[in-house]
Design a protein around this ligand. Structure first.
Ligand SMILES: [Fe+2]
Ligand SMILES: [Fe+2]
Length: 294
């Protein structure tokens, strides 16, 4: 299986290209990463933001590390973005992704992504409002695919999330969005399917099953987030934890589906109060378990 490393595990700990490249390459042995916007905020003023983002990209390139995509992290996920309740908030959500595309372009990276958006509670419970806001969001996203193409990006990603108040959550939601977007998008839009989201039993029940996801929307899955979970909350634990997603299960799925380039990005989120030493030791132990299963 093709393993990559989402940099969420490192936020607030190892900052700047040199420190991060050393952890990624020398300590953990990765040469493919997904860069999280929790390291460089797309909303920072461009003049200051872009040199910081480019420094990561340049140091990584010189170290032989490929940034396959940039991706929204915890900070970005806090907001409702394209499915927010008011036109002003939705416009800000569109601007957020536009700025992230610009930052990604400055880094020389060819793909970017994030979840699509979150409805307010009132809208989530109102089918007519959901549909109206969804249609507007698709139109806004299509604009952004044109912007991405103009900035030299080759792909955008949407990550389904395990909440009924957000979209897409289920595999059928994800298929609908992919069909609607790819009919007119300027660059291909693909799914970043997170194993811990797809296997969220309280929402999906019997459909919390990766084979079901592959059957339903597998043609649109461009890459995966992998993490350990108990299936009861979205844990983002490492594989040193017991849970429902074992390295053996990931490997068996990869081989049986004859996957080739749909990178498994290890997306681990630690409590901020965990020590740096413990985080690094736990990352090393987990990566060793994954490599044994490859
Ligand atoms: Fe994820
Ligand atoms: Fe998650």
């Amino acid at each position: 299986m093709k393993l990559g490393l989402n940099l969420s595990f490192a936020i607030k700990r190892w900052l700047g290209g040199e420190a991060m490249a050393r952890i990624v390459k020398e300590e953990l042995g990765f040469d493919t990463v997904q860069f999280t916007w929790d390291l460089v905020d797309p909303w920072w003023p461009t003049d200051q933001r872009d040199p910081i983002a480019r420094e990561y990209a340049e140091v990584f390139r010189n170290a032989g590390i490929t940034i396959e995509s940039t991706f929204g992290g915890l900070a970005s996920y806090t907001y409702n973005h394209l499915l927010a309740p008011t036109p002003e908030l939705r416009a800000l959500g569109k601007e957020h992704l536009k700025r992230a595309i610009d930052m990604t372009s400055q880094m020389g990276v060819k793909a970017a992504g994030m979840p699509f958006g979150s409805f307010s509670t009132a809208d989530a419970n109102n089918p007519a409002r959901r549909e109206k806001i969804y249609k507007e969001a698709v139109a806004a996203y299509l604009d952004l695919t044109r912007h991405a193409k103009a900035r030299g990006l080759e792909r955008l990603y949407v990550e389904p999330v395990p909440l009924a108040t957000e979209f897409p959550s289920s595999a059928t939601d994800a298929l609908r969005l992919m069909t609607d977007l790819n009919a007119e998008s300027a660059v291909p839009v693909r799914l970043m399917v997170d194993w811990g989201h797809a296997l969220f039993t309280p929402l999906f029940g019997d459909e919390a099953d990766m084979d079901y996801w592959m059957e339903t929307c597998g043609d649109y899955i461009g890459a995966f987030h992998i993490q350990q979970s108990d299936g009861l909350l979205d844990r983002h634990w490492n594989f040193t934890h017991d849970g429902v997603i074992t390295p053996e299960r990931l490997s068996e799925f990869w081989k049986r589906n004859k996957l080739t380039d749909q990178t498994y990005f290890l997306e681990i989120i630690y409590p901020f109060e965990e020590t740096d030493e413990d985080v690094l030791a736990d990352m090393k132990a987990s990566v060793a378990l994954l490599r044994q299963a490859v």
